[in-house]
Design a protein around this ligand. Structure first.
Ligand code: URA
Length: 210
């Protein structure tokens, strides 16, 4: 059984995250840091992937050497902020298949509504890594994971930059089988659903919108 929550406390991750939190960091700086930190997080989120061996000829002799087992990974970006994390993770795992889930929050019901869904067809056979930088209320993350399960996924990891206790609890209640990998478990949500102390709106900061 995998840990439900893993906090990546590597010094480089923590240092980069602090710079990302700083409101004085520029859009270009934020993007660069996000790219760098997503490589480090990708390393952690793939730590327990199943392995097998293959025979390989080195220049000196034949050996049985470890390789990843099974089909290529599927990365699923939860739009739009997920795309920032996706780029870095793809750099480390260039052969991964990629999917996208688009959800918006209905202002009346406050429930997530799907507006886009495109994922690799054989999700059931692949480890799936869903990426979204901010696990805040957890409502859209839990809904996105449910859509992936409905599409057949059985082995799902959720990768984020920051998590709020409320979002972790929501995910644990809805999807206890999905492990969450994050750089930090922050204090709480504010009344608007932003993570405190957080880093603000991740999408706005990475794309320079406001
Ligand atoms: N989404 C964000 O971009 N930031 C938060 O703090 C919460 C949700």
């Amino acid at each position: 059984m995998r840990e439900h929550l893993t906090i990546v406390d590597h010094p480089l991750v923590q240092h980069k995250l602090t710079l990302m939190r700083d409101k004085a960091t520029s859009t270009a700086g934020f993007r660069q840091l996000l790219r760098e930190i997503s490589l480090l997080l990708a390393y952690e989120v793939t730590r327990d992937l199943p392995m097998t061996t293959m025979t390989v000829d080195t220049p000196l002799q034949e050996m049985e050497a470890p390789v990843l087992k099974g089909k290529k990974l599927a990365l699923v970006s939860i739009l739009r902020a997920g795309n920032g994390l996706l780029d870095g993770v793809l750099e480390l795992i260039p052969s991964a298949r990629v999917g996208f889930v688009g959800l918006y929050r209905d202002e009346e019901t406050l429930q997530p509504v799907q507006y886009y869904f495109k994922v690799p067809g054989d999700l059931a056979d692949r480890p799936v890594i869903a990426v979204d930088p901010m696990l805040a209320t957890g409502n859209s993350s839990a809904a996105a994971v449910q859509l992936l399960k409905d599409a057949g996924a059985t082995d799902i990891r959720f990768l984020c930059l920051l998590a709020a206790p409320e979002g972790v609890a929501r995910m644990k209640e809805a999807h206890p089988d999905v492990s969450i990998i994050t750089a930090s478990l922050d204090k709480r949500l504010n009344e608007k659903g932003y993570i405190l102390p957080g880093l603000g709106d991740a999408g706005d900061r990475m794309f320079g919108t406001k």
